[in-house]
Design a protein around this ligand. Structure first.
Ligand code: ATP
Ligand code: MG
Length: 139
């Protein structure tokens, strides 16, 4: 089943000029980048985006991190794109991420972990709609 997922190349990665290398891993995994924009997230956008983590101890740090440098927001399309991209990203903590995954290759820590990917098809729709108009996505 062809589906779409939402991805963010996070500040630790944009700062180190890793956008192209991460995109190469994404494309080699068979996912197509059908929309992409480099933005600076506002505090309000970051707070909204991570609202599910509002009560977690790292929430403030996470929001500060996400607005600290530009990010690249993306829509990825492919077969089972949500689950596929979770595989390609690897575990949240890079110390536990499998070889060849983006987080194993590039992440610095559990917080500065280089990429975000939606965790369900429903959340993918919500997250894509937060950052893209339908007409910005060219499949
Ligand atoms: P993401 O939602 O960014 O794709 P994930 O689904 O693997 O990552 P979540 O549990 O949803 O992980 O956590 C969201 C983000 O919050 C993580 O990607 C990471 O940047 C940050 N985070 C999670 N746990 C911690 C922690 N213990 N300390 C600091 N930051 C954390
Ligand atoms: Mg998550």
């Amino acid at each position: 089943m062809t589906e779409r997922t939402f991805s963010i190349i996070k500040p630790d990665a944009t700062k180190r000029n890793l956008t192209g290398k991460i995109n190469a891993v994404i494309e080699e995994a068979g996912l197509r980048i059908v929309a992409q924009r480099r933005i600076r997230m506002t505090q309000e956008e970051a707070e909204d985006f991570y609202d599910v983590h509002r009560e977690r101890p790292f929430y403030g740090e996470l929001v500060e991190f996400m607005i600290s440098e530009p990010v690249v927001v993306q829509v990825l399309e492919g077969e089972n794109a949500v689950a596929r991209y979770r595989e390609v990203m690897g575990a949240t903590n890079p110390a536990q991420a499998a070889d060849g995954t983006i987080r194993k290759l590039f992440a610095l820590s559990v917080g500065e972990n280089s990429v975000h990917g939606s965790d369900s098809a429903d959340n993918a729709k919500i997250e894509i709609a937060q950052f893209f108009d339908a007409s910005d996505i060219v499949g």
